[in-house]
Structure formats: C-alpha cells, structure tokens
Write a protein that binds this ligand. Structure first.
Ligand code: 6CS
Ligand code: FE
Length: 294
C-alpha cells in the first residue's frame, strides 16, 4: 500500500490481483458557473457530464502558425537526439513525443500561459493552476503508433503521486485531426469511475510506457462496460481546434497509417491545491520532464 503518511491513497491501483471500480470522489468542475465564466453554461454542463469538450477553431490559422512551425522545427532538431524527453515510436526511429515543451521552449511556454487557456484552467480547477506535464505527440503519418486505453490520472496518481482528480488536459491540434488519422478517442462519462488496474509497476516503467503502455492498462471487462455505457467519441477538428479532457477520462488513440500526421500539443493543468506527493506506488518519482515537482 501507499507509503504516504501525509496523503492517504484514495485511489489504490496496481496493488490487487483483480480490477476494482471506485466511484469518483471529487467534482469535475470546481467552480460555480457565472456569466463571466470562460465556458458557456451549456459547454460546462457537457464537460461535467461527458468528461471532455471539443472547441472547434479555438485558435485561428494565424495564431497557430508559430506553434506549427516550431513543432516541425523541433521534429527536425530532435531527429538524431537520444535525450530523455524525446520519445521515439516503438517500431521506428520517428519522434513519437517531446515532453516538457512548456518549460524548455519559449514559443510553447507562451502557449501554456495563453490567457484564454489559463482562464479555462482556473475555472475548471477552481484555483491557481500550473503545468503538470506538456508534450507534443507527433503521431506521424504511416508510422504513428497507438496509445492504448488508459486513464491519465491512474498513471499520474500511482507513478507521480497526484493525490486527487483536480487536473485536466488541453489538446491543441496543430495538424488537422480527421476520423482516420489516429485522433483522440474518449469514453464519455468514464471520468466518474476509477478503474483500479492489476499488476505491479516495473521500475523505470516510463521507459516502456511512453512508447507502448502495458501496465496501468484497464481490463477488458471494465473497457467493455464503459464503452457500452456511452459509446466512444472521437472529437476531431481542423488545426487550431482544442479538446479539453478530464484527468480521469478513459481515452486512447489508434495507429496512423494515413499520410496525414496528427500532431497535437498537450498541456496538462493541475491545481496548486493538488501538488504531487510521493508516488503511491512507493517507487521513486518519474523525471521532472514528465511530471513537474517544483
Ligand atoms: O504517463 C504519462 O504521463 C503519459 N502517458 C499517457 C499514455 N498519457 C498521459 C501522458 O502522456
Ligand atoms: Fe493519456
């Protein structure tokens, strides 16, 4: 069980020999809606019920041009680099992800602090917020491999020590996301249940999981039940559209065998009231380029 004496482990996972389902203990939106809120009442209701919200054309083509150019430049620049925060595809040398772009890159730190995104984060999380993790997922054409079904919170809780469900991801499309080039798939409503996974986390699990995740992966029966409840949505849109999704929603994405890259930048906002403690797995914390700790 958790070694945390200070913060009880309210979502134990990877400790039992069979999957368990726990009800969510926290609200989804930590603020009351007002006409000044950055989302409409209808958008807020949809996000609370479904655990995600698609905002078509959130940024204009001009606004994203700088981030898009930098995304391409970083792909070229990191092509030959063997550094921790650059993750390669499991079956090729293509760049799969680049982590900590908000911290290492002035162009992307500007995006992470964008006033419209910051306002949404403080509304949804009901407090000051900071970036827990950022990454570009390139999902390159022809070779971009899948991200199997998972709850981000399950990993961030077990492997990073995130105490409660008071964080969300903001995915900004920098290439067009079509139904066919490996878009984000979500199970609406799944954010309200915590699927406790089986299997002990291997040491330095991130060296495997960021290429192909095999632990902290929910069981088929749980996935069947969640998918049967409300189906599977694929919030697609042109470059510039944004998807907000709760830290605990069950999601994944398929491989991309089309010629069209599905390159998105992901910003994870966490509440300053939900800062990381010691990982509940009892293992050492993951590197800071995956989970901010200061
Ligand atoms: O382990 C993590 O933090 C990363 N893994 C996945 C599949 N989604 C969240 C994050 O990028
Ligand atoms: Fe994820």
């Amino acid at each position: 069980m958790s070694i945390n004496s200070t913060t009880a482990d309210r979502y134990p996972s990877r400790v039992a020999d069979r999957p368990q389902v726990l009800e969510r203990k926290e609200p989804v939106i930590y603020s009351e809606w007002t006409p000044e809120s950055p989302l409409t009442q209808e958008q807020s209701k949809y996000y609370e019920e479904n655990g995600y919200l698609h905002l078509e054309d959130f940024f204009s083509a001009e606004e994203i041009s700088g981030w898009k150019a930098e995304l391409k430049r970083l792909n070229e620049e990191t092509r030959g680099e063997a550094v921790g925060h650059v993750i390669r595809e499991p079956d090729s040398n293509e760049v799969r992800s680049i982590f900590a772009v908000h911290a290492n890159n002035p162009i992307f730190s500007g995006l992470a602090n964008h006033p419209r995104l910051k306002a949404i984060s403080e509304y949804l999380l009901g407090s000051e917020t900071y970036i827990h993790q950022s990454r570009i997922n390139y999902k390159p054409g022809f070779s971009g491999k899948e991200f199997y079904w998972h709850s981000d919170f399950e990993t961030w809780h077990v492997e990073d020590g995130m105490p409660a469900m008071r964080a969300f991801s903001c995915s900004i499309a920098l290439e067009d996301n079509f139904h066919y080039n490996g878009p984000l798939m979500v199970m609406p409503g799944s954010h309200k249940q915590f699927i406790s996974c089986v299997g002990r986390t291997p040491d330095d699990h991130f060296k495997l999981s960021l290429r192909r995740q095999e632990y902290g992966v929910p069981d088929h029966a749980s996935l069947e039940r969640l998918a049967a409840a409300n189906g599977i949505d694929t919030p697609v849109g042109r470059a510039g559209s944004v998807v907000l999704f709760d830290c605990n929603i069950m999601h994944g994405s398929n491989s991309n065998i089309t010629p069209f890259p599905r390159s998105n930048v992901f910003l994870v906002y966490n509440s300053t009231a939900n800062k990381l403690v010691a990982p509940y797995s009892g293992q050492k914390p993951r590197p800071r380029y995956i989970a901010a700790r200061d």
